[in-house]
Write a protein that binds this ligand. Structure first.
Ligand SMILES: Cc1cc2nc3c(=O)[nH]c(=O)nc-3n(C[C@H](O)[C@H](O)[C@H](O)COP(=O)(O)O)c2cc1C
Ligand code: SF4
Ligand code: SF4
Length: 258
């Protein structure tokens, strides 16, 4: 294999992007970060890409752990990060640069549908369709740069929304992200199918009295709430009336961890 794409994904956006990269790069292999994190990470490739969703303007903690393990092993000349996000990538690429230092060749931001349901607005479904229909064009810009081994780091032009706001307001939240799993609860629609338990990438859900309970090592990937076939999982008080999201080309079976 010449090229590797590692990914972390809760609802399929980053997985879709990882698959799309692999289709365009010769002899490419795709690896799930949760499945490979505690094993020997293969690094014998000409290029390595890491695709992940932005959380609270930053990199998911599981991806930070992966990058810290990967960094000392990187020998190839072209390594890149690709941050999928809901339009506000914030400090994410900057954070990756701090971890990988000179070994990071490029960092890209790609807007995808926002899977953070509590913040959804009335017109969210229209917005989702608009973003999905523009995917090929925005993806093409990035893949061309990767094929040309462009060295460029995404920098947001918006000072307040992407630097000051996330720096001040969200630093606190990010530090306590694992605890936020306690915001999940389940309503009477749960049929005890255990799908949420099987798809959690960090074993943060277990069953008690035939109902799921959330522990305190949540990555906030929002896979459980978005994939639950009964829409029984809620987060705080703002999700019972809202829809659910997963990338339309991606199936639940790709997210089952066992
Ligand atoms: C807990 C959480 C926090 C998020 N924070 C941000 C954010 O700070 N900025 C942003 O643009 N999108 C944010 N998003 C949206 C995701 O980054 C975006 O929808 C991503 O493409 C989801 O990828 P996935 O389907 O591979 O999981 C957040 C999503 C979640 C679940
Ligand atoms: S996936 Fe949904 S229905 Fe199935 S056990 Fe979990 S909460 Fe209940
Ligand atoms: S509990 Fe839900 S949101 Fe948290 S890591 Fe597991 S699947 Fe993701």
């Amino acid at each position: 294999m010449k090229n590797a794409v590692f990914y972390f994904s809760g609802t399929g956006n980053s997985f879709k992007v990882a698959q799309s990269l692999a289709k365009k790069l010769p002899e490419a292999a795709v690896y799930s970060i949760p499945k490979i994190l505690n094993k020997t990470i293969p690094t014998d490739f000409a290029t390595i890409g890491v695709v992940y969703p932005v959380y609270m303007y930053r990199i998911p903690k599981i991806v930070v752990r992966f990058l810290k393990t990967l960094a000392p092993q990187l020998k190839q000349s072209y390594n890149y990060l690709l941050a999928t996000n809901g339009g506000e990538p914030g400090l994410s690429i900057k954070m990756g640069k701090k971890i990988l230092k000179k070994k990071l060749s490029a960092g890209f931001s790609l807007e995808m549908p926002n899977n953070y349901i509590p913040f959804w607005e009335d017109q969210e479904e229209e917005k989702i369709n608009e973003i999905l229909s523009g995917f090929e064009k925005s993806f093409q810009t990035i893949i061309t740069q990767i094929q040309n081994k462009a060295t460029c780091l995404y920098q947001s032009p918006e000072l307040f929304r992407n630097y000051i706001h996330p720096g001040i307001l969200y630093k606190f939240g990010y530090n306590f992200i694992e605890q936020l799993g306690k915001q999940f609860w389940v309503n009477e629609n749960c049929n005890s199918c255990k799908i949420c338990v099987r798809l959690c990438p960090v074993e943060n859900i277990s069953m008690k009295d035939n109902l799921p309970v959330w522990k305190t090592q949540c990555e906030q990937c929002f896979a459980c709430i978005n994939w639950c076939p009964q829409k029984a999982i809620q987060y705080g008080q703002k999700t019972e009336t809202k829809g659910r999201y997963h990338h339309p080309d991606i199936q639940l079976k790709d997210f089952i961890q066992d």
